[in-house]
Design a protein around this ligand. Structure first.
Ligand SMILES: [Fe+2]
Length: 287
C-alpha cells in the first residue's frame, strides 16, 4: 500500500462513434457523457493523479471513431496521464491507427507504467472473435514478468472484462465476463502479489465486488446502463452514465461513483434470446 493517499479517476465503456458514421447501435449520447466526465475531472479538487479508461473506447471500432475520441481527449487536455485499455467493442488496428504512439495493432494491447507510486498494469482481455474476455498465449507470462519488475510496488490492474466472480454459476450476464480458464489463470498469476484493485467495465453497471480479497471496481460507463433490478429474460438498458473517483489509502481502495444527470428511462430493450442471436451472428458463437 502507498504511504499516502493516491486519487485517480476511472472511466469505462465510452462507446464513441464518429458523428458522420450515423451509428444506429448507439442508444445514448455517449459523446456527451464523455465530455461531461472530462469537464467534471477538470474541476476536481484535489486533482486526480491519473485517469484510467477501461475499454470499449469505440462502439464499433472504426478508425474514424478513434480519431474522434482522440480529438475529444486532446480538446479536454487533462493534465495527467490518461491510461487506455481495449474491450470487446474495440478494434486493435483501428485503435493503433489513431493512437500510433501507444499501440502497433499487432497482438494484445498490454502495457504498464509506474505513476504516483502505483504500478498500473493494463491487460487486453478482448477476444477478436468473442464477446467474452480471455487471454492469448503469452499474456499471463507477460503479466508475471511485469509483476516481478516492480515487485515492491502496489499493483492496480485494468482489465475490460471483470473476472468470473461465481465459478459455479458462470457469468451473471449474457455478454459474459472473463472465461473461467482466464479467470483462474489470472488468479494464479497474481496470487501473493500486492494487487490493490482491478478496474473493469463491460457489464455497464456501477458495481464493487470482492474477488478473493481483491476489490473489483466496475463502472456503468458512458453509453447506457444495465437495469440492476430487471436481470431476467429481458435485457433493459437505461439512460444512466457516469464515472468514478477512486482513492487508494494505506488502508485500501475506496470508490465514489459520480453519476451524470440521468432519467433512468428505458433506452433500449431486447430479449435475451434476441441478444444471444445477435452475439452468435456477430462473433460466430453458438446462440
Ligand atoms: Fe461496453
Amino acid at each position: 500500500m502507498p504511504t499516502q493517499d493516491v486519487t485517480f479517476v476511472h472511466l469505462t465503456d465510452l462507446h464513441i462513434s464518429a458523428p458522420a458514421l450515423e451509428d444506429e447501435t448507439l442508444f445514448g449520447d455517449s459523446e456527451g457523457a464523455l465530455r461531461r466526465s472530462l469537464a467534471e475531472i477538470a474541476r476536481m479538487d484535489p486533482r486526480p493523479e491519473f485517469v484510467v479508461i477501461s475499454g470499449d473506447l469505440a462502439n464499433r471500432g472504426e478508425v474514424e471513431s478513434y480519431r474522434h475520441l482522440r480529438a475529444i481527449l486532446d480538446e479536454a487536455a487533462p493534465e495527467v496521464p490518461v491510461i487506455l485499455a481495449l474491450g470487446n467493442h474495440d478494434d486493435r488496428a483501428g485503435f493503433a491507427a489513431a493512437f500510433p504512439e501507444r499501440a502497433s495493432g499487432a497482438g494484445p494491447y498490454d502495457h504498464d507504467l509506474v505513476v504516483s507510486g502505483l504500478h498500473v498494469i493494463v491487460l487486453d482481455s478482448s477476444i477478436p472473435t468473442g464477446v467474452e474476455g480471455g487471454w492469448e498465449p503469452g499474456q499471463m507470462d507477460w503479466l508475471a514478468a511485469r509483476l516481478d519488475a516492480h515487485a515492491g510496488l502496489p499493483k492496480l490492474l485494468v482489465i475490460h472484462h471483470p473476472p468470473m466472480l461465481d465459478e459455479a454459476k458462470g457469468a451473471a450476464f449474457p455478454w459474459k465476463s472473463l472465461t473461467l480458464p482466464a479467470t483462474r489463470a489470472l488468479r494464479e498469476t497474481i496470487a501473493g502479489r500486492d494487487v490493490v484493485g482491478i478496474l473493469s467495465g463491460h457489464i455497464h453497471l456501477d458495481r464493487a465486488e470482492s474477488w478473493h480479497g481483491v476489490p473489483v471496481i466496475i463502472g456503468a460507463g458512458h453509453h447506457a446502463a444495465s437495469d440492476p433490478v430487471a436481470m431476467g429474460e429481458t435485457l433493459r438498458m437505461l439512460d444512466a452514465t457516469g464515472f468514478a473517483i477512486c482513492t487508494l489509502r494505506p488502508s485500501g481502495l475506496g470508490v465514489t461513483f459520480v453519476p451524470h444527470p440521468q432519467t433512468r428511462a428505458l433506452a433500449h430493450e431486447m430479449s435475451l434470446d434476441a441478444l444471444r442471436a445477435y452475439i452468435a451472428e456477430k462473433y460466430g458463437e453458438p446462440a
